[in-house]
Design a protein around this ligand. Structure first.
Ligand code: ME8
Length: 519
């Protein structure tokens, strides 16, 4: 199929602030978005998957100052750390955008000018609370004064400082009704539904105009026509999604093909920016809205919030080093219900490695492939007539694509994995009940024929499952497909059963059990 005859799919992650090293929450967002992107590619879509870093703003500038490094250099250096981590995590991004990229400056200026032309930008004096950590403005009512007199954002518990400056404002208040109409007519725009409900209440309570420029620092995109101001970092940050699609050239092939984005994947702390500000900016600029914003939960270390002061910030690369990449990817996507908060611990990760990967999947592959090597001359055996049990299992495996597609379309990755693992469980029960090893031992021709059928059915289920789990554990699923001598690995290939007589390589274990290191 040529690229243009395939349907397009544009998916993004949030772009991280490069004000420090990436943590496991970042890794979680990239791995989950990567699984969604890979699924669509295997399902025949032309996918454009973008991730990157959000380099501007006071937060990054302050971090650079503290490190005593020029901000540009500091942001670039940390950005590289994120990009390198993505590579280690096998994130299949098509572009790693940095908001200091030249085309991004042009896109930010263009969206600003469109909003201005619409009459939605005006100059006024801002007086209110600003949290640098959140890069967000808060009203008096949204802050709390602590016992020691310090003031914080009530919601995010970050320090706020009084800010008074001449700022450009965006007429967000003009968009209250239009946003409510959007949530009403497109309930799928915000998912999960709990997030949607929160945003609907928030917008119903009334929207104030939003300050969208700053004059007290200069690390940002200059406001067109008034370079004493830089754009509020969120105006420039959100626009990255348009830059990736070729904006402001709306006639470009990229824009025609990929805009509007199919889904923005973000964490729960930035829902408001993506589901209130972003659609309002786009409505003002006369640009089509993204189809969906999916909000994932936060990851906690044994239920505790990660923080540098508690000393429980986990380096994702250390986890990969300790457990293996696919074990970490699988754990995060299987253990945590996507869209809800989740927790990770050594015990939980080891549990998933040993029961789901080593026992249910790896062991089934290893046992059946070894029998094929020993009893069937290392070629895929020719099956006899299928029994009702064989057919039930094959039907179940053949039904998995539809089920997984439905779950992935709703970003319910964990439910797709659950369905796959239930089928693996069923296959393990089938394998034990059919006792192919006893059939081999008997040696009677009809028993050997039956053994061949049982092994054939098992290999066929393994083929289907391995094709379907590639988005989540690409490396190890690929290894099992190698052991099954399969080169046809897309979802379109699912309907072509494994070929009897196909020579197989020498089997080797793919999912070792995790054994506690001795100290
Ligand atoms: O918010 N668990 O950048 P960021 C799961 N630059 N996800 C987490 C998390 C955790 N513990 N902590 C953070 C920004 N995240 C902006 C985004 S987009 C136009 C601009 C998620 O580096 C967070 O919710 O603070 C966000 O989706 C992403 O990591 C980057 O966070």
């Amino acid at each position: 199929m040529s690229a243009s005859s395939r349907p397009a799919f544009y998916i993004t992650t949030a772009i991280a602030y490069p004000n420090g090293a990436p943590h496991i929450g970042h890794a979680y967002e990239y791995i989950s978005t990567d699984a969604l992107a890979r699924f669509k590619r295997l399902d025949g879509f032309e996918v454009f998957f973008m991730t990157g870093t959000d380099e501007h703003g006071q937060k990054v500038q302050q971090a650079a100052r503290a490190a005593d490094v020029p901000v540009q250099e500091y942001a670039a250096r940390n950005s590289d750390v994120f990009e390198r981590m993505d590579k280690v995590l096998d994130i299949s991004f098509d572009r790693f955008i940095r908001t200091t990229d030249e085309d991004h400056q042009a896109a930010s200026i263009a969206i600003w000018e469109r909003m201005q032309a619409r009459g939605d930008i005006y100059l006024d004096t801002y007086a209110g609370w600003y949290s640098v950590r959140d890069e967000a403005f808060y009203t008096d009512e949204e802050t709390t004064v602590l016992e020691d007199g310090a003031r914080i954002s009530t919601d995010t518990r970050t320090p706020v400082e009084w800010t008074e400056e001449s700022n450009y404002f965006f007429r967000l208040s003009n968009y209250q009704d239009k946003l409510l109409e959007l949530y009403e007519t497109h309930p799928e725009f915000i998912a999960p539904a709990t997030r949607r409900n929160e945003i609907v209440s928030y917008v119903k309570a009334g929207l104030k105009d939003l300050s969208i420029s700053r004059t007290t620092f200069d690390w940002g995109v200059p406001v067109p026509g008034d370079p004493a101001h830089v754009m509020y970092v969120w105006v420039d940050a959100l626009t990255n999604y348009l830059t990736g699609a070729g904006f402001p050239n709306t006639d470009s092939v990229a824009f025609q093909r990929f805009w509007p984005a199919d889904v923005h994947i973000i964490g729960k702390d930035i829902t408001r920016f993506h589901t209130v500000y972003w659609p309002a900016f786009l409505l003002s600029a006369g640009i089509e809205l993204p189809k969906r914003v999916f909000v994932h939960g936060f990851l906690y270390n044994k239920g505790e919030k990660m923080s540098k002061s508690v000393g429980n910030v986990v380096d994702p690369l250390a986890l990969v080093e300790g457990y293996g990449l696919d074990a970490v990817r699988f754990f995060l996507l299987r253990e945590i219900s996507y869209g809800q908060d989740g927790s990770y611990s050594h015990e939980a990760i080891v549990g998933r490695i040993n029961s789901d990967l080593a026992n249910e999947y790896g062991n089934l592959a290893q046992r059946s492939l070894k029998m094929v090597a020993r009893d069937c001359n290392s070629v895929v055996p020719t099956p006899g007539e299928f029994t009702a049990d064989d057919r039930a299992l094959l039907d179940r495996a053949n039904g998995l694509l539809e089920r997984c597609r439905a779950e992935f379309d709703q970003q319910q990755i964990h439910l797709a994995l659950e369905a796959i693992w239930l089928t693996l469980g069923e296959t393990n029960r089938y394998f034990s009940a059919q006792q192919p090893w006893a059939l081999a031992k008997s040696g009677a021709p009809e028993d050997l024929a039956r053994e061949a059928t049982v092994l054939y059915v098992t290999l066929e289920v393994l083929r289907i499952v391995s094709i379907l789990v590639q988005p989540v554990i690409p490396g190890s699923a690929g290894k099992i497909l190698d052991l099954l001598a399969q080169t046809a690995r897309t979802f379109a290939d699912l309907t072509t059963p494994i070929e009897a007589g196909l020579p197989l390589p020498t089997p080797e274990p793919v999912f070792p059990k995790y054994i506690e290191p001795k100290d």
